[in-house]
Design a protein around this ligand. Structure first.
Ligand code: AGP
Length: 610
């Protein structure tokens, strides 16, 4: 949600900033801008994608080797040139970019207006700029001190970066709630909301924590608290590859990431399942595994797709390990004074590891003295650093706004966790062995499903003009129905709902007619025949059914317009296969409708505001 990039060193800053903004564009893409210091401040900002900004810079070059950049996801004020960042002080001396929300901006703005300050934009960010200006001009404070003082008046979340024409050797960054990483090169430093704009230049990074700021000069940097206490921060090493954040010949990141799933699921299991004795080793959780195994209840908090994975996890952990699980929307959990008792354990799931609500849920549980564990994809993310322990997905960076490989990675991790927790709880060890063994077969089975991409595209073609879709599933495939509907909504803007198949009769059936395609996950499990009856009910009302199944009985061909086959697997593991055709279906429909698959309207990859 908004991307920040910064550079100070000996190279030309503008090309580095623009490249960084392209890499961060998945975080927000309604406008973009840069500010570069070269005697004075050269500020360029434009409504639209980074390409528009880059076109403007191609026409009139921006020179200088200190600068900041921003790609925006609007919160306060419509997307426009004026609301785009950077925002500049009234005298044009310093410029600031911001990711987050300043909650008390109205009160601050009124106060500053009374002092005579004029505002050009509708943003909360400009308030911070004017506040720094006011403090800097009225006291005897340096720019760094003025920023510190201003931030003490701010309520809300921020990641900021600032440069000044009066101090051409200075780049300031600060964070509270919105991620920021400092890249440490040789006589040069980089700033990014994540590692993607940095990785090309250096792998050495410093993760800023909430309440911390970096004061970076050409010859070195310091990390301080907002209250000016010097900190001794460790330098971490990034382990991504540059090619992981490039499209690699695919037309979209989403398609690349769908096709990466055989590998990403394998990576989630690598070194964790011993094929010889089917034992599972979850290094990150090693010393806490008994806390989880003996928990009276596991509460899982997450948002969006990660919440759907959590629901699959509920079926798995309750079904395989027989431990009670509750799944909560992180945004609801944090505000309803949740009742947590001794013996409870909280698990938070987040691809980015930066989702504001999920992070707040983890903090709430920690405050109540409850052990909190994380399942994250992004190494070094805030959630992964703030939880007591956790498991990484190792899926590699996920750039497409619609989450795909993170979902299957999360389910794979949850499956391993369920099996691990099941051991030692007097459950059927042979059955647990079978689960571990079958998990290892999943990547090859995903590969098989992916070969049907073209066929699924043809099916999509016939429905891409529809306005509504219904998705039905049962058991562990009910969350997959929710996920299928979310994928379609996000990238094709078709309204879609997911329901447990049996619930259809309690309301949604009223919607069914020939204009309501119904995607049904009909796995040959204990409820297969019930789902068949639900399909009959849809067909009787002229609904067109697209079935996803591992059954080969021919019942479905008789009833459904289309049948997509997936290989058979164990019931609890079937979501890892049944979700793949749904991801492909939404992808192809979105492409056929001419939608911007990787950067769908109004969305951002990492939701760092509430
Ligand atoms: C998924 O396709 C979404 N874009 C979104 O729902 C996402 O899963 C959600 O914002 C949670 O993100 P996280 O996993 O990074 O916490």
């Amino acid at each position: 949600m908004c991307g920040i990039v910064g550079y100070i060193g000996e190279r030309e800053a503008a090309p580095i900033l623009l490249k960084g903004l392209r890499r961060l564009e998945y975080r927000g893409y309604d406008s973009a801008g840069i500010a570069v210091v070269n005697g004075t401040l050269d500020v360029r900002k434009k409504l639209g994608k980074v390409d528009v900004l880059s076109g403007e810079i191609d026409t009139h070059a921006v020179l200088g080797n200190v600068g900041i950049g921003h790609t925006r996801w609007a919160t306060h004020g419509i997307p426009s040139d004026i609301n785009a960042h950077p925002h500049v002080s009234s005298d044009g001396v310093f410029a600031l970019v911001h990711n987050g929300i300043i909650e008390n901006y109205m009160a601050l703005r009124e106060k500053l207006e009374r002092l005579g300050y004029k505002f050009q934009s509708q943003t909360d960010t400009e308030v911070l700029v004017r506040l720094i200006e006011e403090i800097h001009s009225s006291g005897n404070t340096s720019l760094v001190e003025s920023v510190q003082e201003a931030l003490r008046h701010v309520v809300g979340a921020y990641g900021i970066a600032l440069v000044s024409a009066e101090e051409p050797d200075l780049l300031i960054a600060a964070r509270n709630g919105s991620p920021l990483i400092l890249g440490v090169g040789k006589n040069e430093y980089f700033l990014g909301s994540d590692a993607s704009p940095i990785i090309e230049y250096t792998r050495d990074v410093v993760y800023l924590n909430d309440g911390e700021m970096a004061v970076v000069r050409r010859w070195g940097y310091e990390v301080l608290t907002i209250d000016n206490v010097k900190l001794d921060k460790a330098i971490d090493r990034l382990d991504w590859d540059l090619q992981e954040i490039e499209k690699g010949g695919y037309p979209h990141f989403m398609l690349k990431e769908i096709f990466e799933q055989p590998k990403s699921v394998q990576n989630a299991m690598r070194g964790r399942i011993d094929p010889a004795n089917k034992s599972i080793r979850l290094g990150g959780l090693m010393e806490y595994i008994d806390v989880l195994r003996e928990a009276s209840r596991i509460v899982i908090c997450a948002c969006g797709t990660s919440w759907h994975a959590a629901l699959v996890g509920e079926y798995m952990i309750e079904g395989i390990a027989r431990i009670p699980v509750e799944v909560e929307y992180a945004s609801e959990f944090r505000y309803r004074n949740p009742i947590l008792r001794k013996g409870d354990v909280v698990l938070v799931i987040s691809q980015s590891g930066e989702t504001a609500d999920t992070l707040a849920a983890a903090r709430e549980a920690k405050e109540q003295g409850i052990p909190v564990f994380g399942i994250c994809n992004t190494v070094g993310s805030t959630i992964s650093r703030e939880t007591d322990a956790g498991i990484y997905l190792h899926a590699g960076p996920e750039i497409g706004v619609a989450s795909t490989k993170a979902f299957t990675g999360q389910i794979t991790v949850l499956a391993m966790l369920a099996i691990k927790l099941g051991r030692g709880r007097a459950l059927d060890e042979d059955l647990l062995d079978t689960y571990a063994e079958e998990l290892l077969n999943i990547p090859a089975k995903i590969e098989e499903v992916l070969t049907q991409s073209e066929e699924i595209s043809n099916i999509g073609q016939q429905y891409s003009y529809m306005s509504n879709f219904l998705y039905l599933g049962r058991g562990a495939n009910f969350p997959v129905a929710l996920e299928g509907a979310l994928k379609l909504k996000e990238i094709s803007y078709i309204h879609a709902e997911g329901y447990p198949a049996a619930e259809m009769k309690h309301g949604p059936i009223a919607l069914i007619d020939q204009f309501m395609p119904v995607v049904v996950i009909a796995i040959k499990d204990s409820t297969y025949h019930k789902v068949l009856s639900n399909i009959e009910e849809v067909v009787a009302r002229e609904g067109a059914v697209i079935a996803v199944t591992d059954a080969d009985s021919g019942d479905l061909e008789r009833l459904c317009k289309h049948v997509i086959r997936i290989p058979s697997t164990l019931e609890f593991l079937s979501p890892l296969l049944s979700v793949i055709p749904l991801q492909l279906l939404s992808y192809h429909i979105a492409v056929q409708r001419g939608c911007d698959v990787d950067q769908p309207r109004n969305l951002a990859k990492s939701v760092t505001v509430e």
